[in-house]
Design a protein around this ligand. Structure first.
Ligand SMILES: C[S@@+](CC[C@H](N)C(=O)[O-])C[C@H]1O[C@@H](n2cnc3c(N)ncnc32)[C@H](O)[C@@H]1O
Length: 384
């Protein structure tokens, strides 16, 4: 069966997450014959993919669809499918390699069959949600002569509640988008029974996403007592709001450089963290100020990795954001990778599709919007 994944704003990050999930589930990626077409990934799988369950794990996929029969004429095939599978008035949407005319042609043919019909021009996942097009089996994507019907969409309301509804948030230190936190957890490829730590937990975005993914052993620490209080509040709120099984969280007020005082050696399977990234930038800082800041951050990260090495288990991993700063259309980077390697870590490649990776020589994923002064570069380290 062919499956379609509509990817997020940065497709390479969404693909890396999907690859990590398949590898975690023991699927050989080559058997899936993945094809990246614009903002979509198409795969072929002998094993059934349960779209609802799959999408509930992901942060970077907007929708998942299954291929339906294409008799050679996609418009006629969709008309046939809708006529067979819908009762009453038909509401449908079609996207992918289409023009407005495609939708109008489908509508016309259905009308000639005596059906009452409305063509919805979906702009995003929200329009699919608000028009109930998944339940109605009537959101289609046409791609390279394949037709896919949408089986599941991202829980945009859940993400938004977790993003904006939570009680404890610290505007000063900023917040990681929950979708990115979830992607980072998935990139670690650890099991839900493994121990996960965020040593710069802030208001707890990584920890609450881990909780909603069903992780059972979650540890958080932060140098600020307020951050730890916010995290506690957010965890309790999330457990109540989403009716999640109460879990014991280990939360510590601690400098990331001195974790060993609080956390046992060789006890953590994965560190997933967006660390302190320096003072918030206005965009008018001069190069010297930015250089000074990157040097300070490099020291903090190197010292933190010394402490991570002690508390991580053998083969333990760290999914860690290293910021880079935009100055006059160039990046100023935090120089710490070589020192981190010397401590006893290797860098595992995250960028999808090795052929592309080698050409570019990049192992990390960059999360960045044009015009932002800070880019978040995601790295995967393994304790060696
Ligand atoms: C960018 S915020 C993390 C935000 C978090 N990912 C979230 O979404 O809520 C950085 C956090 O690092 C903490 N921090 C700064 N220096 C630290 C240190 N040396 N050790 C531990 N935490 C530190 C700050 O108190 C702040 O909460």
């Amino acid at each position: 069966m062919k499956y379609l994944f509509e990817l997020g704003r940065q497709p390479e990050i969404s693909i890396a997450e999907l690859e990590a999930i398949f590898l975690h589930d023991g699927v050989d990626l080559n058997t899936l014959k993945p094809r990246h077409i614009g903002s979509y990934l198409v795969i072929e799988s002998k094993d059934r993919i349960y779209a609802e369950k799959m999408i509930s794990r992901l942060g970077g996929t907007m929708k998942i669809g299954n291929a339906i029969e294409n008799t050679g004429d996609p418009i006629a095939s969709i008309v046939h499918f809708l006529n067979e599978n819908s009762t009453g008035k038909i509401h449908f949407a079609v996207s992918g390699e289409v023009t407005k005319k495609t939708g109008i042609a489908i509508k016309k043919q259905l009308k000639s069959l005596g059906r009452s019909v409305r063509f919805i021009e979906t702009k995003n996942t929200a329009s699919i949600l608000h028009n109930n097009l998944v339940e109605k089996k009537s959101d289609f994507t046409i791609l390279e002569n394949n037709i896919f019907v949408t089986k599941a969409i991202q829980d945009i309301e859940g993400f938004s509640k977790r993003d904006f509804g939570r009680p404890g948030s610290d505007d000063k230190s900023g917040m990681l988008p929950p979708k990115l936190a979830r992607i980072m957890i998935n990139l670690s490829q650890i099991k839900t029974t493994d121990v996960l730590l965020d040593p710069f937990c802030g208001s707890g975005t990584v920890l609450t996403e881990a909780l909603s993914l069903g992780f059972k052993n979650i540890v958080g620490s932060d140098i600020s007592q307020k951050a730890i209080d916010d995290t506690k509040q957010n965890v309790e709120w999330l457990q109540k709001k989403f009716d999640l099984e109460p879990k014991t969280f280990d939360l510590y007020t601690s400098d990331s450089v001195h974790l060993l005082g609080q956390i046992k050696p060789d006890s953590i399977n994965a560190i997933v963290s967006e660390p302190y990234m320096g003072k918030p930038l206005r965009g008018n800082e001069n190069k010297e100020t930015l250089k000074k800041q990157t040097n300070e951050l490099a020291q903090l990260y190197i010292e933190s990795f010394r402490s991570f090495h002690k508390i991580l288990k053998k083969d333990g991993v760290a999914i860690f954001i290293i910021p880079k700063f935009r100055h006059e259309n160039k990046w100023i980077t935090v120089n710490c990778l070589e020192e981190i390697k010397k401590i006893g870590f290797e860098i595992l490649p995250l960028a999808p599709r090795p052929e592309k990776r080698e050409a570019k020589g990049v192992d990390s994923l960059l999360y960045w919007r044009t015009k932002q002064y800070v880019g978040r570069e995601i790295w995967k380290f393994k304790k060696v």
